[in-house]
Design a protein. Structure first.
Length: 211
């Protein structure tokens, strides 16, 4: 019998949502606000790591924190409306609910900004844990009883491995299937469209499905 606290964890950017158009627009707005050129086309090809890491490619160290604050202030007006769900995201979350499990989003994005995206798209999560990356996500996965973690980045597989749970990789972000497997993915999928049958298989097989 599964615990009511058992959950499936999801990364956000390029796993549940395609935030590239909105993040691109925010980087363009950041360039306009600061006068520092950020190659938005390049930046959106490598989503996943923390914002500070990307901004460190464009701003000197002493200006990074101010750039982070400016980017986050611009974000709600520029990034939320253009963002769309990834193919299969709605169905993936529905499959989690059908099995009586909870949805936990663990992301490197600031939690309040992640929540804006989820609310705008009508994607409900029971818990959102933000501003976490790679092994830093493991504590949140354990705290919220996440049994499987779904992500598109090698760092997400590191998070799952560190937490001692299976990592389900979707090849919808910047990392290849081979890279995801090498990082420890227990399962690799082309996208979330194939997640519901996999979840039913692994949840029932592990005795974690409701009923």
């Amino acid at each position: 019998m599964q615990s009511i606290m058992t959950a499936v964890g999801f990364d956000l950017d390029m796993t549940l949502i395609d935030s590239r158009p909105g993040i691109w627009a925010t980087y363009r707005a950041l360039t306009a606000a600061t006068g520092v050129h950020v190659d938005a086309d390049l930046a959106v090809t490598r989503l996943g790591p923390p914002l500070r890491q990307e901004l460190g490619e464009w701003f000197p160290p002493e200006e990074i924190e101010r750039a982070v604050a400016t980017f986050r202030a611009l974000y709600p007006d520029h990034a939320v409306a253009p963002t769309v769900p990834m193919p299969g995201a709605v169905e993936a979350l529905a499959a989690v609910r059908e099995l009586g499990l909870r949805v936990v989003v663990v992301t490197s994005k600031l939690g309040r900004l992640a929540e804006l995206h989820l609310a705008h798209l009508g994607l409900h999560a029971d818990v959102v844990a933000g501003d976490l990356f790679a092994a830093g996500k493991a504590a949140a996965l354990a705290e919220h009883s996440v049994r499987w973690y779904v992500g598109d980045h090698v760092a997400d597989m590191v998070a799952a491995t560190t937490a001692g749970i299976p990592g389900v990789a979707v090849a919808t972000g910047p990392c290849s299937v081979d890279e995801l497997r090498a990082a420890g993915a227990s399962h690799t999928l082309p996208d979330l469209m194939e997640f519901p049958p996999l979840l039913r298989e692994i949840a029932v097989g592990s005795g974690r499905a409701a009923g």
